[in-house]
Write a protein that binds this ligand. Structure first.
Ligand code: BG6
Length: 474
């Protein structure tokens, strides 16, 4: 790989930091989600209810352990480290007049700690962490007001951290909400609590539009504040395969791609594709889009495309009915007979990563950044404390090989690779601790018991060698 290639790992504030009320932090979207389980959805509660267990409240207490944790990442030779800035540490209610200095100080210290080891911080502005006050008071991104509140948050942290952070992303996996029947996705992506009389389809498109405008305004602002800042979008990249060469499966593939990737089209091209505006007309959806919004979208195209990649999906002939709208729900899909699946049913498809990189690069011709890729598994710790996670090494090895091939053979312009997540953290979808991704084990279980002690798994030394050899020794 290129000598400046950014090897590293990624986490999100709400899944790691804990300390959910420390230093003036306000409550965020993730703070009102209970722990679910493998196959059991997390519940969204009406505020924080006594007696419920909320795994993000403590998470792995990265807030108090970050020095120890960053030292371990440095030992692996990390070149970069992706995290999010918890919006509610900076603006506890989202609409406060002034930012919270204690929150800004925390990220100053965290970024300084990274930079001390030559680790570049990579920051996501909104990673499922909207202030709960904005959710209750304004209805989240169903309300245009949230554009300005987001932009103010972005401005505050751009001004404060521009000399420490060059790479930023606006909204994490903005396209997850294409599955708008799933309340969890609407809450995470848009801070929306659904009411019985909501038209969820319209609501999702409206919220996503406001987010895309907010993102575009943030991109423009960042370039004005410091032209050396590089701002990307972040999409959940799940390539879509037709189940067969039956033309209806092929058409199904295209309509599933339309469902999932129009968000990235808007981020990268500054306007909506025709199939989306046609769909709005056909479904009688009224989306509030002003002339000023259209200008903002055009003026705020992203500099790069950040993407997560965990799996591919396979689709079967649904697009034959022209009015059929796939809501992005992966449970509707057939399994791919060529793939093995993880314990959580995620299809393991390394070559799909090479396919995905080519697909995205061909479409947008912008630099790409793999900002998440990893293997959630049940790890077993031996009596001596060791964890033999060869399956994780196998998964990452195959994916990194596919990534290197896309760069070498197809010339994909790739900035870096931050695996998810170098240290065990709370799962975003299930709230479990025991869906583990890390090179570093954290002693904590699904019920919140454990010492929080950190220890190295077998994969720790392996990744260290990958980085030291710049991807040569896999
Ligand atoms: C992505 C998210 O969806 O995948 C992360 O950006 C998340 O926040 C990751 O943790 C893995 O998913 P999960 O549900 O296994 O934690």
């Amino acid at each position: 790989m290129n000598k400046d290639f950014l090897w590293g790992g990624a986490i999100a504030a709400h899944q790691a930091e804990g300390a959910f009320k420390v230093g003036g932090k306000g409550i965020c979207a993730a703070d009102i989600e209970t722990a679910g389980g493998n196959g059991t959805a997390r519940r969204i509660t009406n505020g924080i209810i006594d007696g419920e267990y909320y795994p993000n409240h403590e998470a792995i207490d990265f807030y108090h352990h970050y020095k120890e944790d960053i030292a371990l990442l440095a030992e692996m030779g990390f070149k970069c480290f992706r995290t999010s800035i918890a919006w509610t540490r900076i603006f506890p209610d989202g609409d406060n007049e002034l930012p919270n200095e204690a929150g800004l100080n925390f990220y100053d210290s965290l970024f300084d700690e990274c930079l001390k080891y030559g680790i570049k911080p990579i920051v996501t502005l909104s990673h499922f962490e909207m202030p709960y006050n904005m959710i209750k008071k304004y209805g989240g991104f169903r309300n245009r007001k949230c554009i300005d509140l987001f932009v103010r948050f972005a401005k505050t942290v751009f001004e404060r951290f521009h000399s420490k952070v060059k790479y930023w992303m606006t909204f994490n996996e903005i396209n997850n909400q294409s599955d708008y029947n799933n309340a969890h996705h609407l809450l995470q992506d848009s801070g929306i609590l659904v009411n019985d009389n909501d038209n969820k389809e319209e609501l999702m498109f409206q919220a996503a539009h406001y987010e895309l405008v907010a993102s575009a305004k943030a991109v423009k602002l960042a370039h004005e504040i410091d032209p050396s800042m590089i701002i990307g979008c972040m999409i959940a990249m799940v390539p879509v395969y037709p189940f067969s060469c039956d033309p209806s499966d092929m058409m199904g593939q295209i309509s599933a791609e339309h469902t999932r990737y129009w968000y990235a089209d808007a981020h990268c091209r500054g306007k909506y594709p025709m199939h989306i505006t046609r769909l709005w007309e056909r479904h009688g959806l009224h989306i509030d889009i002003t002339e000023e919004d259209k200008t903002a979208l055009k003026e705020g195209c992203v500099d790069f495309v950040g993407l997560s990649y965990y799996m591919s999906m396979t689709i079967k002939g649904q697009a034959l009915a022209p009015e059929y709208v796939w809501t992005g729900n992966a449970d509707d899909l057939p399994k791919n007979p060529y793939l093995k699946y993880s314990d959580w049913g995620w299809g393991i498809d390394p070559l799909g990563l090479r396919y995905a990189l080519n697909w995205v690069y061909d479409r947008y011709q912008k630099p790409l950044f793999i900002v998440e890729n990893g293997y959630g598994a049940y790890d077993k710790r031996s009596k001596d404390g060791s964890v033999d996670d060869q399956y994780r090494i196998d998964y990452l090895k195959a994916h990194i090989k596919a990534m290197c091939d896309a760069v070498e053979y197809e010339g994909v312009d790739l900035i870096g690779y931050t695996m998810w997540s170098p240290i065990d953290i709370v799962s975003a979808s299930s709230g479990e601790m025991e869906k583990r991704y890390g090179f570093i084990y954290v002693d904590k279980d699904n019920n919140g018991n454990g010492t929080l002690e950190r220890s190295k798994k077998k994969s720790f030394e392996w990744y260290k060698n990958v980085i030291a050899s710049n991807g040569e020794n896999l």
